[in-house]
Design a protein around this ligand. Structure first.
Ligand code: NCD
Ligand code: ZN
Length: 308
């Protein structure tokens, strides 16, 4: 018999772009009406790098999400010159710090120019001491299909150099990243809905599909299979993170399309369909909630969503 309804407890979106201004007002409620909480990306213009900007952004998110029972877990944009005092002071206001290699994706121009462990050491040691997780956009500036794969040795050197630092490989798209998860205790990952569904063929194999264009770009069928298998079994180190990244229509449907796939309004519905299709609904609560609660140590209020 076909499924008619399904209950989800405290769904969490552990990688989300809520933007600002009118866009925030528009997209914020599309997540907060169903999700219990979300990890919010700091790549605004300018990025979130101060306590004042962070607390004010959190306030604007709260206003945009009106009365919804929703926790915005905000992040700080990684800079190499944060002092111990600054990070100690901001620690309780953030869930983690997001590191972008400079220029690798939307609004990341002021990211780090070197991924050398020794260059990053002072800040990462401080984060490790203070127990602040590191979220990473893991792509090199190599050939677009190989950027994530080429980043794997960097993840390995970070995992080895900072064994007590929780490192989250954001929006993984490859079989290589799935394999790396089991190699180091302190490596975790998020995966998007679209990377469980599409490959490069859907983006550029036929007529160009700008709304499916994102960073990292969708990869090969075997990569999608590896991601899907890990998600369907709710691999304990893998969390759902939609990477829903809205852009104005004129920035998607144009010459020089912005990177980002906007999925927040349909994310949970499509996840239920997908997990039902593969007879894995029993694992969905772990994938969209329990894994993230354990990894980040979250304690959130009850919120049950009934999808009909
Ligand atoms: C994101 C955005 O638009 O902010 N774009 C994307 O293609 N995923 C940034 C990011 O997460 O890389
Ligand atoms: Zn993102």
């Amino acid at each position: 018999m076909a499924l008619t309804s399904f209950l989800l407890n405290e769904p969490l979106d552990m990688h989300l772009h809520l933007r600002d201004g009118d866009m925030l007002k528009l997209v914020g409620p599309l997540t907060s009406n169903t999700f219990s909480g979300a990890l919010i990306m700091p790549n605004l213009v300018p990025p979130i790098t101060t306590k004042e900007a962070l607390l004010y952004y959190k306030q604007r998110i709260k206003e945009a999400c009106k009365g919804d029972a929703f926790e915005a877990y905000v992040t700080l944009f990684f800079k190499n010159d944060y002092t111990y005092e600054f990070l100690e002071d901001i620690k309780n206001d953030i869930i983690g710090i997001k590191l972008y290699p400079a220029g690798i994706t939307t609004n990341s121009e002021t990211g780090v120019s070197s991924m050398d462990v020794e260059v990053l050491r002072p800040t990462l040691e401080t984060m490790s001491k203070l127990g602040i997780p590191l979220c990473v956009h893991g792509e090199t500036n190599g050939f677009v299909m190989d950027r994530e794969k080429e980043f794997m040795p960097i993840y390995e050197s970070l995992a080895i150099a900072f064994p007590n630092l929780k490192i989250i490989m954001e929006h993984i798209t490859t079989k290589d990243a799935i394999e790396l998860l089991d190699k180091y205790d302190n490596l975790y990952a998020t995966v998007t809905l679209h990377h469980l569904l599409i490959t490069l063929d859907d983006v550029a194999g036929g007529m160009l599909a700008p709304h499916l264009f994102c960073k990292p770009i969708a990869k090969r069928p075997e990569d999608r299979t590896a991601l899907l298998n890990a998600a369907l079994k709710a691999h304990p180190k893998l969390m759902f993170g939609s990477d829903s990244a809205p852009h104005p229509k004129h920035k998607k449907e144009c010459c020089g399309c912005a990177a980002g796939v906007f999925t927040s309004p349909i994310a949970l519905q499509v996840l239920v369909e997908l997990f039902e299709k593969y007879d894995s609904l029993d694992n969905l609560n772990d994938f969209v909630s329990n894994n993230a609660k354990k990894i980040y140590g979250l304690n959130i209020k009850d919120k049950t969503i009934k999808l009909v």
